[in-house]
Design a protein around this ligand. Structure first.
Ligand SMILES: C[S@@+](CC[C@H](N)C(=O)[O-])C[C@H]1O[C@@H](n2cnc3c(N)ncnc32)[C@H](O)[C@@H]1O
Length: 227
C-alpha cells in the first residue's frame, strides 16, 4: 500500500518518521531553483537519508546536469558522503534526446570556446548506509533486466514528453535494491513514478510532494495523508 503526503514539504514531514524505518530511498531532488533546489535542501535530504535508512540499505539519487554552471551531482555526492553514506556506484543514464546545451551553436560558429555539447545523460548516484542487511531468496529479477543494465551506462530511452524520471529507471532501481514488501521513500515525488513502480513490484511507497497541482495525479497512486 502506498502513502501520499501532498501538498507537504519534506523538510517538515521527514523528521517525524522513525529512524531506520526505510529500506530504499529512490528520488530525483529538485535541481533547478524554480523547483526548490538549494544546497541546504540537499544537505537536509542527505542527513535524513542516513537517519531513516535501515542498516545496509540503499539511497539512489537521480540528478541531472542542469543548470550547467554548477556540478550539482558532484556536490550531492559530497553531501551524501558527509552524512555518512557509503559510495557504491555512479550509473550514467543515457537518454535519446537532448536535455540542455546544444551542438547547434558549435556548428554555426566552429571556433575556439564555442563548443557546447548536447547533454544526453543524467547521473544515478547509488549510496548505501553502512552495515549488513540479511539476504533473502525472494525478489528474483529477469535476465532481460540484467542485460539492459549490465554496465554502468544504462541506456533507458525516453521521449521528450515522458516525465523527467522514467518508469524503467524506477523499475530497475527498485528491483536491484529492495525486497518485496519493503518501504521505499521518495521525498521529491513529482508525478509519482516511484509509487507506480512500487505498486507493480509489490513494494510500499511513501511519497512526499510539495506541489498541490500534482495531488490529482498522486491520488491515483495511493492513500493520501492529510496535513
Ligand atoms: C525533479 S522533480 C521529481 C520528478 C519525479 N521523480 C517524477 O517522476 O516526476 C522534483 C520534485 O520535488 C518537488 N519538491 C521540491 N522541493 C520540495 C520539498 N521541500 N518537499 C517536497 N517536494 C519538493 C518539486 O515540486 C518537484 O516536483
Amino acid at each position: 500500500m502506498n502513502t501520499i503526503h501532498c501538498p507537504a514539504d519534506c523538510t517538515l514531514v521527514l523528521p517525524n518518521f522513525p529512524s531506520g524505518s526505510i529500506q530504499l530511498i529512490l528520488t530525483s531532488p529538485p535541481y533547478k531553483e524554480e523547483d526548490g533546489y538549494s544546497v541546504d535542501l540537499l544537505r537536509f535530504f542527505a542527513r535524513q537519508a542516513f537517519s531513516l535508512l535501515a542498516e545496509g540499505c540503499f539511497c539512489v539519487v537521480n540528478i541531472g546536469p542542469m543548470p550547467t554552471k554548477q556540478d550539482i551531482s558532484s556536490r550531492c555526492s559530497v553531501l551524501l558522503e558527509d552524512a555518512g553514506l557509503q559510495f557504491m556506484f555512479k550509473i550514467i543514464w543515457k537518454k535519446t534526446f537532448k536535455r540542455g546545451g546544444g551542438i547547434g551553436i558549435t556548428f554555426q560558429y566552429p571556433r575556439p570556446y564555442n563548443y557546447y555539447p548536447n547533454i544526453m545523460t543524467e547521473d544515478i548516484l547509488v549510496y548505501k548506509k553502512p552495515g549488513k542487511r540479511e539476504r533473502r531468496k525472494e525478489g528474483e529479477y529477469s535476465r532481460d533486466l540484467v542485460m539492459r543494465c549490465r554496465t554502468d551506462v544504462w541506456e533507458l530511452y525516453t521521449s521528450p514528453l515522458e516525465n523527467a524520471f522514467p518508469m524503467k529507471l524506477a523499475d530497475a532501481a527498485i528491483q536491484f535494491w529492495s525486497y518485496p514488501g519493503d518501504k521505499v521513500l521518495d521525498p521529491f515525488a513529482g508525478h509519482g513514478t516511484v509509487g507506480r513502480a512500487c505498486t507493480a513490484l509489490g513494494r510500499n511507497a511513501i511519497l512526499i510532494e510539495r506541489n498541490p497541482a500534482l495531488l490529482g495525479e498522486l491520488k491515483r497512486v495511493g492513500r493520501v495523508v492529510k496535513h
